[in-house]
Design a protein around this ligand. Structure first.
Ligand code: PYC
Length: 331
């Protein structure tokens, strides 16, 4: 049997986005969060086939547009990636919204404004278009918070590290410069790929976060290596590790949100502050602390992230049950 998927491929700040525009599975659920559960249970083979080699690669990331379940939303999104079926993805959202608007798959009720239903919650979106091109997309992301401080991990090859965990749509183990980690210039990409899964595993042994309002969002999935910016007009730089072998080429939208929540909790960012965040390859998102708020009884922020995405082409991809790697492979 051959399954055919129609895709718009592109990138946000350098990280890939594959918007699957045809071949969607029918999903059950009263919300995009419940639809995500159904996707993970019955359709993970689509994620594996479309994200991993030979159709994808270590960094591949994307999603599907669905009709929303929430009455206030204009559209819903299910995210897929080599790391799993994320509750929220910032660079993915900027790409999906850009491609959706440029190709007539998303129709705003009010030009310049949209509401997206992500599995992690409702995201208010602003954007600007010039002709057929979306110049930028700004996401008012989910409520983000510092979940845990001062987890001490011993990492073979680096030594002892102090790690904090923050949420920005996914849970991030955040490593700030300290004794055994001087900054990104100290680490090659190969070292980041080697050390990050060790840190993630060591953090997971000590702490398993669960979202206070949606327990289906849980567990530390990403590692964010924080650093000073490479230029004076930015506020920070990072390398975000995800899946088993990926360094985000973008500054990572949920990672930037988690980092802003982390800095706000430590009194290093305030309501209204802008946070220009550079990625490993020095592409940028503009972050902002939109408001200081609470999540349940926890101090939190509402962050926004702004960035730009570009289409690189159309793709028609087959997953053929009779070929050797319908669900991809990893080496
Ligand atoms: O931009 O939120 C993001 C993201 C998550 C994983 C890769 N990018």
């Amino acid at each position: 049997m051959r399954h055919t998927f129609f895709c718009i491929d592109g990138h946000t700040a350098g990280n890939p986005v594959r918007l699957i525009t045809g071949g969607h599975p029918q999903l059950r659920g009263e919300s995009l969060s419940e639809m995500r559960q159904h996707f993970m249970q019955d359709f993970d083979w689509i994620r594996l086939g479309m994200m991993f080699e030979p159709r994808g690669h270590d960094m591949m990331s994307g999603g599907f547009i669905y009709p929303p379940a929430h009455p206030d939303a204009d559209f819903g999104v299910i995210f897929i990636e080599t790391s799993g079926c994320l509750p929220m993805c910032g660079h993915g959202s900027i790409g999906i919204i850009t491609f959706g608007l440029e190709h007539g798959l998303i129709t705003p009720k009010t030009p310049g404004k949209l509401v997206m239903e992500a599995p992690a919650g409702l995201i208010h979106v602003e954007y600007e278009m010039k002709g057929q091109k979306v110049l930028w997309v700004k996401l008012r992301n989910v409520t983000s918070y510092l979940a845990k401080e001062n987890i001490i991990v011993d990492v073979a090859g680096l030594g002892t590290l102090k790690v904090d965990v923050a949420y920005g749509g996914n849970y991030y183990a955040i490593v700030e410069p300290q004794g055994n980690y001087e900054g990104l210039d100290q680490l090659s990409a190969a070292q980041i790929l080697d050390l990050s899964p060790k840190i993630r595993a060591a953090v997971r042994e000590q702490y398993q976060p669960v979202h206070p309002l949606n327990p289906s969002i849980n567990g530390v999935s990403h590692v964010l290596w924080a650093d000073k910016p490479s230029s004076t007009d930015a506020h920070g730089r990072n390398a975000v590790f995800y899946g088993d072998k990926a360094i985000d080429r973008s500054p990572c939208g949920t990672g930037t949100s988690a980092r802003m929540a982390h800095l706000a909790a430590k009194g290093r960012l305030n309501a209204g502050d802008t946070f220009v965040h550079e990625s490993y390859i020095k592409s940028r998102f503009i972050g902002k602390v939109e408001e200081v708020t609470t999540l349940g009884d926890l101090p939190a922020i509402t962050p926004s992230i702004q960035g730009t995405a570009y289409t690189t082409g159309f793709n028609q991809i087959w997953i053929d049950d009779d070929e050797p790697f319908p669900q991809g492979f990893q080496v």
